[in-house]
Design a protein around this ligand. Sequence first.
Ligand code: ATP
Length: 338
Amino acid sequence: MSVITIALVTMTKKVENIAVLTSGGDAPGMNAAIRSVVRACSYYKLNCFGVFKGYEGLINNEIEELNARSVRNIINKGGTFLKSARSQEFRTKEGREKAYKNLLKNNIDALVVIGGDGSFTGALKLSEEFDFPVVGIPGTIDNDINGTDYTIGYDTALNTVVDAIDKIRDTASSHNRLFLIEVMGRDAGDIALNAGIGAGAEEILIPEEDMGVERLLDSLRKSKKTGKTSSIIVVAEGDKSGKNIFELGEYVEENLDDYEVRVSVLGHIQRGGAPSCYDRVLASKLGVGAVEALIEGKREVMIGIVHKEVTIVTLKTALEKRTHKHDKLIKVADITSV
Ligand code: ATP
């Protein structure tokens, strides 16, 4: 072993005590991810601590040791038994300092943060300001994180949305109505586009593309001419029409005589429910990956999944804007809704 290698090895403190928290919006599969982190710690003979209520609990020292049995019977449960929170105080340096001091007080060597981009931004700051090892696991229904094909909770949310739209379709077709259905996705159209295709929507409005309301009207007129009697339009929260969904509904009704329009906002049902098998397996893989990464001395990284393989990217990369395009899916949506 060269002198340089010895120096690097001794500089990286061996991880013995790992804490895990869930932060931001809850997502189905977060429990499965916590369970995986706790059990991976147990497997590798490390101590694991659960932080309750996200960064807020870190600031208030709401930390408890967990063991393999503490996480029994949670893999099938939605939400997060550690609770989640949005902490304003953690956005301040003073707040993060309190959190850091509590980590030291509990002899914790590294922190696993399960959450979305906001949670990762906080984790990165903690790491940079106090040189504290952090690893992120993407847990958010939005699927809006760079460096991973999927985030935990997204697959379950898609299935929930498709199921809800299927039910709304029954009413739409019985009454010859046009339904505008709002789904989550302020910045990312993944839920709208995939659930829209899966549920056979006529049109899908997403934040990444501005199709324009006039094109929407044209398309609906054409649909009518081809014999469609009812229609489903899926609208992501952050769509670029410049109108909220109720204004959009009124606009369509005013401009298309022969349509009776109804609006449905799916809201928080999209976050809830038992995680799908896909999300449970994904969460299990990423939890193990996070603990193994910390054992290998990795820090300031996110564990994700790319082409079915567990991958590691820096937290900075995870926080970059995603570059992938929806073009192919949009084409599929266009073709299959003729
Ligand atoms: P979701 O995608 O479900 O909304 P999220 O992780 O993006 O999840 P946020 O509410 O944005 O959810 O962030 C969670 C928490 O992370 C915040 O309440 C705050 O404590 C912390 N956080 C977010 N942004 C920052 C920031 N710029 N600096 C420090 N901490 C932050």
